[in-house]
Design a binder for this molecule. Sequence first.
Ligand code: DGJ
Length: 727
Amino acid sequence: MAKSGSVSASDAIVVEDKTFTLNGDNVSYRFHVDNTTGDLLSDHFGGSISGAIPTDPEPEVNGWVGMIGRVRREFPDQGRGDFRAPAIHIRQSAGYAVSELQYQSHSVIQGKPELPGLPATFGGEDDVTTLVVHLYDNYSSVAADLSYSIFPKYDAIVRSANVTNKGKGDITIEALASLSVDLPLEDLDMIGLRGDWAREARRERRRVEYGSQGFGSTTGFSSHLHNPFLALVHPSTTESQGEAWGFSLVYTGSFAVDVEKGSQGLTRALLGFNRNQLSWSLGPGESLTSPECVSVYSNNGIGGMSRSLHRLYRNHLIKSQFATSNRPVLLNSWEGVYFDYNQTSMYTLAEKSAALGTKLFVMDDGWFGKEYPRVSDNAGLGDWTPNPDRFPKGLDPLVSNVTELKAGNTSTNLRFGIWIEPEMVNPNSTLYKKHPDWVMHAGPYPRTERRQQLLLNLALPEVQNFVIDTVSDILNSADITYVKWDHNRGMHESASPSANHAYMLGIYHVFDVLTTRFPNVLWEGCASGGGRFDPGVLQYFPQIWTSDDTDAVERISIQLGTSLAYPPSAMGAHISAVPNHQTGRSIPVVFRAHVAMMGGSFGLELNPEELTEDESAAVPGLIKQAEEIAPIILKGDMFRLKLPEESNWPAVLFVSEEGDKAVMFAFQINPTVNHAFPRIRLQGLDEQATYKVEGEGEFSGKTLMNMGLLVAFEGDYSSKVLSLERV
Ligand code: DGJ
């Protein structure tokens, strides 16, 4: 990847008079204070610039749109003639909807302060520097601090806003964007990730047209429907070429992405809270902090943008000690046995899975509930005591027996993991009978159930403590070193719009306490698959179950889509049984395994007893292969060489951090009859170096990147994994 310079964090912010420039290795972000209005005006966000900049001719002002609606603004407030969507909308104590936030002062901080109560990227003084610009509205006595942190090595700028009521009456924050960016007159495409349950992360690219367009979530959570991620690119930008701006909101709640091409042709993008679910009241002296939004810039196409986000998230977002370390290959019981098990059959499943060489056994849903046993999804959530019919002496006997098993022919003991869904309650539970007031609800309105369950209100301190104590007790009850934290519904009724963000502050507190208390536990996030695949969850959990669709062909699209914003290290990916339980398709085990190997947490999700002889014989070798290449997947750079939505031969290359190793995955979906095979051109190698390509020979980086490898396949669902080594 081309580096145009190396900027140290301490030099990354340049303040001259009232002009602020943030420089990364390949990016500059510049804005200034308008001397007449005190407004912050944007100058540039893109490739590096230096020294003086040309003075733009003043826009001509005619018609209804005044000067304020013709300029590029950093933090557009409500009213006063900017008719585009505002980044902040305050209902002032006197009821007015107008604000006038003007520059007051600024400060530069080495490093990056934490965001109170919210997940956030982190780094030391050598990694990141922060500029805080203080704004003030003299009419309403509202202060707003805009925070800009630059990670120069990652070409990443992280923004958030903090609003404080310095007046004497209450105000309401109706809208607050974490990031607002006004780009110059240019044709742009916007890219988002859309989907639904079992169909996450479909890439959606469309032209930014005049007017407003956008997407978001009102589900209470980041959701399967749309992901809190946006890319803006030029129409000519590809995976490997052209400019790309990526925006990723570090938040797990409802959000909104608004992209608006105003009457003058300038494009404004806003990412932040969903304004329909905010209405946050601030009494005198109170503040609201927005989640933060990461922006990255790349001139190496969409792939370059993704790699910057991946690196930043691996090193400066995910707090877990397991962020980039090899995860134990696991077997998860869900698709193998669903709810149909007891202690003996669970042990047999673990025994069989250990024989294949897995290192971790995960008991999924169905182990708990006494008065309301969890033998189907109709009951039990909330009653986190082991089901006495299944586990008469609690979990410890099973856990002890499983952790004495050895993985394959090794001397490694199996680890034990458990599934929980602690934010939920079934009406059929003792918890709900005891605390019906603990669930999210809106007074007398019916409490809508999804999957026969209701959502606990995590904004309540007593609920937070219940969840913390319950999970702690489970983890202290036996040698459990892995948790799959599930979450299977959205928010339907809430007492007020602000209850949604209050929930988020509550759940972040719970995540923080538990992951700090149990740092040696490997935590996996899950929300019916990827319903909460977002940077907020990744702060606490290093991996997320990517989708409930385990069909390998579907998974290529889902995993590659997810990788637009999130590192492969964060993706849980399993080999499941055939015919696949979601699609009914039968795909060879090698292809299924190769797709799953592209995720940081590789595993199986099937009953080993149902494997054919050939499959059983193949699995130990596939596990070994996954373990060998894992360090490159977990720490390396990912290059999407061919996309599944564009080619019958999707292909991906991972290049190790040091550049000395690489591994290429190539797939054929439909059979090729009487037709040539594609030449796959590699990326990210050293042109001058020579690489040994497994089974092919030795070639220069130049040859591999400019000419490529011709990969031949046989039949449908055929796949190849090739290792490369620099010689
Ligand atoms: C939804 C998850 O995504 C599945 O993997 C499984 O854990 C089920 N819930 C269990 O109820």
